[in-house]
Structures are given as structure tokens and as C-alpha cells.
Design a protein around this ligand. Structure first.
Ligand code: PMP
Length: 407
């Protein structure tokens, strides 16, 4: 029996619900007490508006906010800490890139490259940028195993390509993109900027931004044990410095004259208004917790669970699993079962205490290519263990017999 990597007792919600099999961590993760304590600790010991006050408490709030930035920067391998911009999550971070860098740099005649694997957060903003600028949107198609077709990427990228936006890991099927290969292809054919959606990668794989040779990289805190409403944009300094602000207001200015303004230095230029300091501190606690587990161990644990889960699921009649072989997937098991709609499956599984996701997973372009409107998705994390897998398989067997007697 494979036990969890992190003790369930560390997670108050799981500890309070021993019969719960939470298999929807790709949507959001549960939070360890260390994160909840850090949030409470900020408000109990350091709560003041960072950057604003001349008094000691405000200085303390400023310090803990920037310590949090430094902790997270170390975790994701960013040596230039100012190039880590706090955002509300992946969606906001990618919209920042598209609105600020995209509107300043993309015009009619340019080409914008995305893939059919993308979450809507890395699809729709680029689609709309192309529509509003007159640039051409090129969508790289997928292999039969729902990985990005690198041969097609090779043929699509050219001197007109201004940006290539790809996911590091697919939330819908778990496919891991070979980023080093993508980078080689793009760099050898164009001077395009590479923007990466890391929402499903940073929680599950060791990620070292400086070593990736990409230009922008975004992720959400809530999927890696951190608070909702936290997230980061990592970017190259030269690009971030050249980009116009995303939002205007307090903190992001240097001088405001009656008819013009100048902008603060990084990271403040992109952090208008009162910062979400408590959630930054919570996110720092989350990455510290993950660091303690070791991201290599996180990956190995999820892979072991995934292997067992996939073998057990495929032993059931009528189950199709989507995506590439297990070794090329993160902890996501996307599947369907003959004659049972994914939504019905999720509802029946819920009656067995098993939480899975059913739907298009914010990846309608991918679903169209799969020829389905929805899949069922079980996803694992550090607190998952083999009893979760067994509960999933048991509940699926029950669902199957329910539907076979009903039909
Ligand atoms: N990209 C991917 C791959 C995701 O899994 C998600 C969250 N489901 C997002 C983007 C959007 O993240 P958020 O909702 O936290 O902004």
C-alpha cells in the first residue's frame, strides 16, 4: 500500500474528513496548517499596508512581503528577485503579459503561436490579441497522444512569429511538454518570445526558471498548497523593463505630474495598489513546505500513484485513458467510461466520498480534438495515497454496475 508523501494530518480539511478522497488537486490543492498559520500569523503580527507607512509595523509588513518574494524566487529558480511579479494567479499573470507585452509588440502581419493543448487562460488572451491587432493566430496541433506536435511546431515557427505560448503541463490530460525541445525549435527559427503556462508544472515538478531559457513563466499559488488569489509572473528583466504597466495606481508610479507620470522600478511597476501581502506570505509557506518534501520526491510519488491508478482503471471494462504514457504525464488521470457521462460519474463518485472533476477542464479546443465534450479527471498530490486510488476504482466499479443494471 503506497502511503502519502505528506501526512494527511498536516492538512486540517483532510484530517477532519477521514473518509474524503480528494482527487481534484489539479483544480486546487488542499492547504497544510503551515500555510493557514502563516496567513493568520501575517494578520496577527505584521498587518499594515506595505510600502506606505513610516512606522515600524508597516516596515515589518514590507519586509515579510519581500522575504516571501525571495523565498518563492529561490523555489522556482529566479536569481533576479525583482523579476518575480505577484499576481492573483496564472490567469492574471498571462493577461498581464498579453496586455502589456502583447499590445506593445504585436501588430498586423505578425504571427502568434499557441497550441491545441492550452487551458483557456493561455488560449483566449492570445486569440483576442490576434483579433484586435490583426496578427495571425497559428494553433499547433497535437499528436494522437495529446502532446504538442513538435514537427508541426517546427513548420509553424518562422521569422514572422512574435510569440510562442505553450503550457508546461496540460491540466486536462497531464501531458508534460518537453520545454527544452520547444525552446530549441523556437530559438533556431525566430526571435519570438516564449511564454509558458506553468500552472500545472510548478506544483508537481522541479522548475528552475533561470535554466529554462524562456521569457515569461506564470503559475498559481492555490494549486501548490498556497492561498487562492496568489500567483506569479516570472520574466526576463529586459522585457519587463521595456513593457508598459498593466494597471495604474498607487505604488507603481515614480512621479505623477498633472499630464504625465513615470513608473516605479521592478517589481513595483506591475504591482499597482495595496499588495496581497498575506497571501504572498502564505505562498512562501507553501513552497517552504514543498521544499521540505523535495520536488523530486513529489514527482516520484505522483508517478507511482499514477502508475497504480492507471493499471487499475484500465483493468475495468470500457475505460479509456487520455494523454501520453504515464511517464510523460504529471499526476493527472483523464478518462471516460463507456455509456456513463463524466458528470454522472462525478456525481456517483461523490456519493462514495471521491472528489473528481468532470467537464471540459477549461480546454474546449482540446476536447473538440478528442471528439468529446467532457472527460472525467482524477488528479493526485502529496497527500494522496493508494487508498484514494482504491476508493476511486471501487466507486467506478459501483457506478458501472449501476449503469449496466439501469440499461
Ligand atoms: N493554466 C492551467 C494549465 C491551469 O490548470 C489553470 C487552472 N485550472 C490555469 C491556467 C488558470 O489558473 P488560475 O485559475 O489559477 O488563474
Amino acid at each position: 500500500m503506497l502511503s502519502s508523501l505528506a501526512p494527511r494530518a498536516d492538512f486540517p480539511l483532510l484530517a477532519a474528513n477521514p473518509g474524503l478522497h480528494y482527487l481534484d488537486s489539479a483544480a486546487t490543492s488542499q492547504k497544510p496548517a503551515a500555510v493557514l498559520d502563516a496567513l493568520r500569523g501575517f494578520y496577527e503580527t505584521a498587518n499594515a499596508n506595505p510600502h506606505r507607512g513610516a512606522y515600524a509595523l508597516s516596515a515589518k509588513a514590507t519586509d515579510v512581503y519581500h522575504e516571501a518574494r525571495a523565498t518563492i524566487a529561490r523555489f522556482v529558480g529566479v536569481s533576479d528577485t525583482d523579476c518575480l511579479i505577484f499576481t492573483r494567479g496564472t490567469t492574471e499573470a498571462m493577461n498581464l503579459v498579453v496586455s502589456s507585452w502583447g499590445r506593445a509588440n504585436v501588430q498586423a502581419g505578425d504571427e502568434v503561436v499557441i497550441t491545441a493543448l492550452e487551458h483557456h487562460a493561455n488560449f483566449v488572451p492570445w486569440q483576442q490579441l490576434a483579433r484586435s491587432t490583426g496578427a495571425t493566430l497559428r494553433i499547433v496541433e497535437l499528436t494522437p497522444q495529446q502532446t504538442i506536435d513538435l514537427d508541426q511546431l517546427r513548420s509553424v515557427v518562422n521569422h514572422r512569429t512574435k510569440v510562442v505560448a505553450v503550457t508546461h503541463v496540460s491540466n486536462a490530460v497531464g501531458a508534460i511538454t518537453p520545454l527544452d525541445e520547444v525552446v530549441r525549435i523556437v530559438r533556431s527559427r525566430s526571435s519570438a518570445v516564449i511564454a509558458v503556462d506553468g500552472a500545472q508544472a510548478v506544483p508537481h515538478l522541479p522548475v528552475h526558471f533561470d535554466a529554462l531559457d524562456v521569457d515569461f513563466y506564470v503559475f498559481s499559488g492555490h494549486k501548490l498548497l498556497g492561498p487562492m488569489g496568489s500567483g506569479c509572473l516570472l520574466g526576463r528583466r529586459a522585457l519587463l523593463e521595456a513593457m508598459p504597466p498593466y494597471q495604474y495606481g498607487g505604488d507603481m508610479i515614480e512621479w505623477v505630474r498633472d499630464t504625465e507620470s513615470t513608473w516605479n522600478v521592478l517589481p513595483h511597476k506591475f504591482e499597482a495598489g495595496t499588495p496581497n501581502a498575506a497571501d504572498a506570505v502564505g505562498l512562501a509557506a507553501a513552497v517552504t513546505y514543498l521544499d521540505g518534501l523535495g520536488m523530486g520526491n513529489v514527482r516520484a510519488h505522483e508517478l507511482a500513484l499514477l502508475e497504480r491508478a492507471e493499471a487499475k482503471l484500465l483493468a475495468l471494462p470500457g475505460v479509456t485513458v487520455y494523454g501520453p504514457p504515464v511517464a510523460q504525464r504529471s499526476g493527472v488521470l483523464s478518462f471516460s467510461m463507456t455509456d456513463v457521462h463524466p458528470h454522472d460519474l462525478a456525481t456517483i463518485l461523490d456519493q462514495h466520498g471521491v472528489c473528481i472533476r468532470a467537464g471540459h477542464h477549461c480546454a474546449q479546443p482540446l476536447m473538440r480534438r478528442l471528439g468529446v465534450s467532457a472527460t472525467a479527471r482524477a488528479s493526485f498530490y502529496v497527500y494522496s495515497d493508494e487508498s484514494d486510488v482504491d476508493a476511486l476504482v471501487g466507486a467506478l466499479t459501483a457506478a458501472q454496475s449501476l449503469f449496466s443494471t439501469a440499461s
